[in-house]
Design a protein around this ligand. Structure first.
Ligand code: TXA
Ligand code: MG
Length: 331
């Protein structure tokens, strides 16, 4: 299969991407959060290719991306008023809504569940593709199952080789971590996957994310303990223990992500100063993880960011990226 990198005239690229999607091919597209591996949501065979390309188990349902809020009522039923309110407030944007599915949604997308995940992405290229395509696109993050999510077109090429028909290059993803997921299919609306909107969602009446709630309710991929992970060891470290932790390492090249330029006089480490603003930190997170993976460093030590609601989505991804494979593997 030919792989194409679509990065010529943007309007041309969009038409070619749409043509491939109509033929049932996979196309990686930029969204504001991460790159998505898109397929025509109404074509079960095309959706099946997403699972095989990602090597993702069929039990992990996909997010359906639409271009217009009106499409909600095609794919979902029993839509509560809060759903329309959140759609109005946050779409296009990094929010996914879980609703009761309509008969239109094939079981392969929903993992056989009676709910469906929907969102309108806030990226001009994704929106232009959705608009020209007219239908809906099932698109998980364009990474292999359990691996680091892609925030640049080059990340997608790095992981997929020939399994993806085309990658539409839309530059770096401005949000940088996946959308917040809100479950509106039960009595109590709740955040299932934290992102950058958690504070505002709670203000809008959604119950906060609960780490211990992960094993209940619908499957959320990302809810596997280890996820978004680099292939080399990475660990989180409280700020106070950073110096000692670094000094304790014997052998191997160390990269450190710190929130300050204070190196404690440790000259031999690759010291990366991370942004102190969570929105900027999120934007850099996966880029930096990819950089670490491709670097000659053997080990990554990440200074624990503040444990506050603003940082919840980031801390969630950092915890998953640093879990030991022996605890639970996603393989
Ligand atoms: O920002 C994002 O959400 C990106 C971009 C590409 O849109 N997509 C993304 O997709 O993160 P993925 O497949 O990596 O994660 C989708 C999440 C999974 O955790 C999946 O289990 C959950 O959505 N999901 C999908 N349908 C669901 C359902 N019916 N109930 C509960 N969770 C669902
Ligand atoms: Mg993912």
């Amino acid at each position: 299969m030919n792989r194409l990198k679509l990065d010529g005239e943007i309007s041309q690229d969009i038409s070619r991407a749409v043509a491939l999607l109509r033929e049932g091919e996979l196309v990686a597209i930029p969204t504001e959060t991460v790159y998505g591996l898109a397929a025509d949501a109404s074509n079960e065979q095309a959706v099946g290719k997403v699972f095989s390309a990602k090597r993702r188990p069929l039990s992990h349902p996909l997010i359906v991306h639409v271009g217009e809020p009106g499409q909600l009522s095609e794919w979902a039923t029993d839509i509560p008023a809060l759903a329309w309110q959140l759609a109005e407030q946050f779409w296009p944007g990094p929010l996914t809504l879980i609703l009761k599915k309509s008969p239109m949604a094939p079981a392969i997308i929903t993992g056989g569940q009676d709910t469906i995940a929907l969102r309108i992405p806030g990226h001009p290229v994704a929106l232009a593709i959705l608009k020209e395509f007219g239908g809906a696109l099932a698109a998980p993050s364009a990474n292999r199952y359990g691996r680091i999510s892609p925030t640049a077109a080059s990340h997608v090429f790095g992981q997929f080789g020939d399994d993806v028909m085309a990658v539409v290059d839309g530059g770096l993803c401005p949000v940088g971590i996946e959308s917040s997921i809100v479950d509106l299919s039960t009595e109590e609306p709740r955040i299932l996957r934290p992102g950058l909107l958690d504070g505002e969602l709670v203000k809008a009446g959604v119950a906060p994310y609960r780490q211990d709630g992960e094993s209940q309710g619908p499957r959320v991929s990302g809810s596997d303990l280890r996820h978004y992970a680099p292939v080399k060891p990475a660990s989180l470290c409280p700020p106070k223990e950073l110096k000692t932790r670094i000094e304790q390492q014997s052998g191997g090249k160390i990269q450190v992500w710190s929130l300050t330029p204070n190196r404690y006089g440790l000259q031999h480490v690759d010291w990366v100063v991370m942004p102190v603003d969570p929105a900027f930190y999120a934007r850099e997170l996966y880029l930096r993880l990819h950089d670490f993976e491709n670097s000659d460093n053997d080990l990554l030590i990440i200074e624990q960011p503040p444990v506050t609601s603003l940082w919840r989505g980031i801390n969630n991804r950092l915890q998953r990226a640093t879990r030991l494979t022996t605890e639970e593997s996603t393989a």
